[in-house]
Ligand binder design. Structure first.
Ligand SMILES: [Zn+2]
Length: 415
């Protein structure tokens, strides 16, 4: 269907990555950095040029736009979403993108820091990219394919649909968000105003990959109360809460249930912070499991471990407070199987193998799903994200656009 189409994703991408949009986890403003709006303004302007008449950026830096329906059928409203910010882990200032045409499989040495070398042996995905055009940064910064690849692909989808009216589709909403990388991409989002029934984030890696599953996540704050006494006269009286905390940490399993001992579908209990004095000590844990009821099991396990550890110290006491963080998007997506099914069909029609993946973390999509917008994550082509070796191929970006074109067609067909 797109054989004669002049894709614009790569051209757009090369411009967008040169705009610094790094977010800041320590900021108290929204968006966390004002410079993210520099890109938001450009995207809103370009969407207007493409012909999306309601395109605009709001006061919080969100870009909203609508591609009007061109079918008589009643089709659910689909939203495509990508984030504009780049990760705080690595500089995003003065990004100099480089296109390496017709990749041969040889090492790619980044010119501004020759110690930065992209090697096939370290990034096996490159095997699938031989003959493709690979875009990298120059060695001093990240590239920003996470998630400007997704942004550029959605922009190109808009361009394609507005210039190919023969492709029938329902109403489509475009959403570009700030502050995803600092965990707050949905912070000021107006879902009512967006008015979509289902969504897809474009923020995944390998061509053909589709992520419909994330961790479910809780936090536990354990507060341990010891018994305080003057240290000169503390014999048989003092119980040091910090030492109890040490016993508890030491009692955690060493070969399982931890991030450093698990992968795949296994969850964990992970202490992330200890703070205290002899009298009182708190340990913050994060609890992760793909099965939401599995969180409760892990929390019970942890509580029992604490009780058993403290049994020898009857004068010490503890509080155990559980707080919900986020939930596996699959809990929502199983209720709307067509969202994932249409994506699988579209990926296949684009000539790719579907790779179902689970995210050992959370995404804006998990939050959106529980806010009422079921929202799996589609591939955008981004690789080696949050690093100076980040890359994406022109061909993977174009495949993502093609997938989106088939995807809007699937929703129209099925209606
Ligand atoms: Zn991302």
């Amino acid at each position: 269907m797109l054989d004669n189409y002049n894709f614009t994703a790569a051209e757009r991408f090369l411009r967008y990555v040169q705009i610094d949009t790094q977010s800041d986890p320590l900021a108290t403003t929204f968006p966390s950095t004002d410079k993210q709006k520099d890109l938001g303004n450009i995207l809103a302007e370009e969407l207007l040029q493409i012909g999306l008449q309601d395109a605009h950026m709001d006061e919080w830096g969100y870009v909203y736009a609508t591609i009007p329906s061109n079918t008589d059928k009643k089709v659910p409203v689909i939203c495509f979403c990508a984030h504009m910010d780049t990760a705080p882990d690595c500089s995003g200032t003065n990004v100099k993108p480089i296109v390496h045409k017709n990749y041969s499989g040889a090492d790619i040495i980044l010119p501004d820091d020759k110690s930065q070398v992209l090697r096939l042996s370290e990034y096996p995905y490159l095997q699938s990219q031989i003959g493709n055009d690979i875009i990298t940064a120059s060695g001093l910064t990240l590239l920003g394919a996470d998630d400007k690849a997704g942004v550029a692909e959605i922009m190109d989808l808009a361009n394609f649909l507005m210039t190919h009216k023969d492709v029938k589709h329902g109403e489509i909403k475009i959403l570009f968000t700030p502050d995803e990388e600092v965990g707050n991409g949905t912070g000021k989002l107006d879902l009512q105003k967006l008015g979509a029934d289902y969504g897809y984030t474009l923020d995944g890696g390998d061509a053909g990959s589709l992520e419909d599953e994330t961790f479910s996540a809780d936090g536990v704050r354990l507060t341990i109360h010891g018994v305080i006494a003057h240290p000169g006269y503390a014999k048989n009286k003092m119980i040091n809460a910090m030492k109890l905390a040490g016993l508890i940490l030491d009692a955690l399993p060493k070969d399982r249930l931890s991030p450093e001992s698990t992968e795949g579908k296994r969850g964990f209990i992970h202490p992330v912070r200890v703070e205290g004095i002899a009298e009182k000590c708190t340990i913050d844990f994060i609890i992760r499991d793909f099965e939401t009821p599995g969180l409760k099991k892990k929390e019970d396990f942890l509580r029992t471990l604490v009780e058993e550890t403290l049994r020898a110290y009857p004068k010490a006491s503890f509080e155990f407070a559980v707080s919900e963080q986020y939930r596996n998007m699959k809990d929502v997506l199983v209720l709307h199987p067509q969202v994932t099914d249409h994506a699988k069909t579209a990926i296949t029609k684009a000539g790719l193998d579907v790779k179902m993946e689970s995210i050992r973390g959370g995404t804006d999509g998990s939050r959106l799903s529980f806010m009422g917008l079921p929202c799996p994550n589609l591939f955008a082509g981004e690789q080696a994200i949050h690093s100076k070796l980040e890359f994406v191929s022109v061909q993977d970006m174009n495949k993502a656009v093609e997938t989106l074109v088939y995807l809007v067609g699937e929703w129209e067909n099925a209606s």
